[in-house]
Design a protein around this ligand. Structure first.
Ligand code: HEC
Length: 488
């Protein structure tokens, strides 16, 4: 029992200092500063002596082996133990020293370390070789390079017949891929975009009735620069004639006064349904504005696909609120898709968005709902300080699923093509950080299981099922569009 004495003693000294109000402490040489909010520092200060530098145990048990002795391993279990301790075994109660948000920080910190520990022991297929067959759970496939030598491709649009593909590059270039080859010159005359940080030409998409006479509309969503050096997500539509962008119309532009400086969190993706157009804008790095209905950022919006604003939007009659808002409390939407077969009143829109450090979310968008950022989140700030102690609150929506630690979700689509029968109705999710393409199996609106289809061949920026039933993926570094093709 002796070995337990020394760390425990140090701990109690620390606890004592932290527990005594600053005013009551006789002034030491350097008075203890306010307790840090940095989860790693808190761990180093209060936990490392017993649970080890790598959280793999010592006097206290391992926190990264997924073996839990005193509960089911849920967040609630960890929160309960950290707060209340296990007196009989020498696990101190930290509820007096660490407030709820700092305890939450420890839970996320433990999850991160556990994921890193798991990954260190994982090997995975790298189907870089175009000939290599990836054998996954429900289908075997090859990853076939389609368009290579691109800048940074962010989305593709499928054109009917043999018209090929349009590819949006971050730089603002709109590229055409036709008859097996990339047209060397980008489309001329597309709008100037703010290609800095996370900004650029975000989306290219054809109107669902593109092929009908008189339509031919192509939509572009992009980071729109102002003269003052600020930017906001905007949408235009136009047509392509003889390699030129023509007939341009503004579809969505926020008031200039609401544009923001800073290069993060633009969103977005587009969903068309029965004459409506849904899209998301990230909070542009201003967390609290996600809750502010007078701001366009941090919201999913609904407009008509010609830019008019529907009179029956949820906040249309709220004084001061922007009438385009459909839902709010979003951090940075990176995927938005309608569930195939749903439309009108029954339309199901699914969304994924980046959390901060932890707390990437998969959501089902609901009219007028508040998705909680930054009041609730499963993540913490990048510097290790908490965003919020709460992961849930009355009146705020819960995600269908959250990824903690974050995988940096990007792109989202339902698979309904004919080429991978084993993937019918599954959700495909890309990941920037993990360079993964994931397949999510749904059951009754919940995610039943996840499979990594491939990993490590580039940041996955978008994933889209083509009209041919193949899965098209935009990859970065080097920039290319690949497609998943069934293999025997
Ligand atoms: C003085 C030593 C000591 C310190 C300091 C300490 N723990 Fe523990 N902890 C223990 C012991 C002992 C157990 C029980 C281990 C066992 O049964 O194998 C435990 C158990 C736990 C468990 C439950 C594990 C399970 O299997 O259910 C969690 C979670 C935990 N500690 C987190 C923390 C965190 C976070 C900190 C810092 C804020 C911390 N501990 C600081 C000794 C310590």
């Amino acid at each position: 029992m002796l070995p337990s004495f020394t760390p425990a003693l140090c701990l109690w000294t620390v606890l004592f200092w932290a527990a005594v109000p600053l005013s009551a402490q006789s002034a030491p040489a350097a008075p203890p500063a306010e307790l840090t909010k940095d989860a790693a520092k808190i761990y180093a200060q209060f936990c490392v002596s017993c649970h080890g530098e790598n959280l793999d145990g010592g006097l206290g048990g391992s926190l990264v082996d997924d073996i839990w002795k005193h509960g089911d391993g849920s967040d609630e279990h960890l929160t309960r133990i950290i707060t209340g301790g296990i007196a009989s075994l020498g696990m101190p109660a930290f509820g007096e020293v660490l407030d709820a948000s700092r305890v939450r920080g420890q839970v996320v910190f433990i999850r991160e370390k556990a994921a890193r520990a798991r990954e260190a022991g994982t090997s995975y297929a790298k189907p870089l070789d175009p000939g290599a067959v990836v054998k996954s759970e429900a289908a075997s496939f090859r990853v076939e390079p389609l368009a290579t030598g691109l800048g940074v491709p962010w989305s593709v649009a499928f054109l009917p017949g043999d018209a090929g593909l349009l590819i949006a590059e971050r730089s603002g270039a709109l590229r055409v891929w036709r008859a097996g080859a990339l047209v060397p010159e980008p489309v001329e005359g597309t709008p100037k975009v703010w290609a800095k940080g996370q900004g650029g030409l975000l989306v290219v998409q054809a109107h669902p009735d593109f092929a009908q006479v008189g339509n031919g509309w192509i939509y572009l969503a992009f980071s729109d620069p102002s003269e003052e050096g600020s930017a906001m997500t905007a949408i235009v539509r136009g047509r392509i004639r003889d390699g030129r962008w023509v007939d341009e119309q503004d579809i969505y532009r926020a008031p200039r006064a609401l544009y923001r400086k800073g290069g993060v969190h633009f969103g977005t993706r587009l969903v068309f349904d029965q004459g409506y157009l849904f899209f998301g804008i990230g909070e542009r790095g201003a967390q609290e504005q996600a809750q502010d209905l007078t701001r366009p950022n941090g919201k999913i919006h609904r407009i008509f696909d010609d830019g008019r604003v529907p009179a029956d939007n949820p906040f249309a009659s709220v004084p001061g609120a922007l009438p385009t808002i459909w839902s709010y409390g979003h951090r940075n939407p990176q995927g938005l898709v309608a569930r195939p077969g749903t439309t009108g009143e029954g339309l199901e829109i699914w969304e994924n968005e980046h959390g901060p450090r932890g707390g990437d979310e998969l959501n089902r968008i609901k009219r007028g709902a508040n998705f909680g950022w930054p009041l609730i989140t499963y993540g913490m700030n990048y510097n290790g300080t908490p965003v919020s102690a709460d992961t849930a609150r009355d009146g705020l929506e819960q995600p269908v699923l959250h990824w903690t630690p974050s995988i940096a979700v990007c792109g989202l689509d339902f698979y309904t093509g004919g080429r991978f029968p084993g993937w019918q109705g599954n959700l495909l999710v890309g990941s920037l950080k993990q360079q993964e393409l994931r397949r999510l199996v749904l059951d009754d609106g919940k995610v039943k299981s996840q499979e990594v289809l491939f990993r490590g061949i580039g940041r996955v920026r978008s994933v889209q099922t083509g009209p041919d039933g193949l899965v098209y993926v935009c990859l970065e570094d080097p920039g290319r569009v690949v497609r998943l093709v069934p293999a025997p």
